[in-house]
Design a binder for this molecule. Structure first.
Ligand SMILES: Cc1cc2nc3c(=O)[nH]c(=O)nc-3n(C[C@H](O)[C@H](O)[C@H](O)COP(=O)(O)O)c2cc1C
Length: 181
């Protein structure tokens, strides 16, 4: 269950007071968009009722005909089980969530996958000690080479079982949200 006060709690400070001080400083209303694991209109309605301006949704749109990733990437999402999804370390210096495939197992075993042709695409990533090249890992999986790439997914990916059209997903969410507001 999402709880907006947990989501934007800022190191124990009163979150609404914290937001208000920035709104006053810049004389602007600051919108709150909640992200992560949102996969139903009911969840969107709960968040709106708690004060969210909107939501950001990624994973449910992977298994859509319009998504430009390879079908192999989409099939990984459709076929994954909850226990296949784990936090992985990312060269960006933050944890990421991914399907544990051969690539993730290899990075965990070797600790470092040799890098070629580093483009220094990300400031926090050091090619000397990065566990793998994130650009290469994402390019491989998006192209369909899913055993040699990182398949990033959200926490609720295992609830996706079929391909849909983007407008179907959006329509479903809007209808369910309106029923629950
Ligand atoms: C395949 C995939 C790629 C993503 N790429 C980016 C990215 O390039 N930049 C970014 O800020 N967030 C990225 N995200 C994070 C999403 O923008 C979003 O905040 C989060 O995944 C929402 O959770 P959900 O996937 O459970 O809906 C990505 C998420 C996924 C699943």
């Amino acid at each position: 269950m999402h709880n907006i006060s947990k989501i934007y709690k800022l190191k124990g400070k009163d979150e609404k007071k914290e937001l208000k001080s920035w709104e006053e400083k810049y004389k602007k209303t600051i919108p709150i968009f909640v992200a992560g694991g949102i996969d139903s209109g009911k969840k969107i309605a709960e968040l709106i009722k708690q004060g969210a301006t909107g939501v950001q949704i990624a994973t449910p749109f992977i298994a859509t005909y319009e998504c430009d990733a390879a079908q192999e990437f989409k099939d990984m999402v459709i076929q994954c089980q909850a226990e296949d999804i784990e936090l992985v370390s990312s060269p960006a210096g933050m944890p990421g969530r991914a399907i544990v495939n051969d690539f993730v197992k290899k990075t965990r075993e070797t600790g470092n996958i040799c890098m070629k042709n580093c483009l220094h695409c990300m400031i926090p990533c050091n090619p000397e000690n990065t566990p793998y090249c994130i650009s290469e890992a994402l390019i491989q999986s998006v192209k369909g080479n899913v055993d040699n790439g990182l398949v990033f997914v959200g926490s609720q990916a295992a609830r996706i079982h079929e391909m849909k059209h983007v407008d179907e997903v959006i329509q479903e969410y809007i209808e369910e949200m309106e029923e629950n507001l």
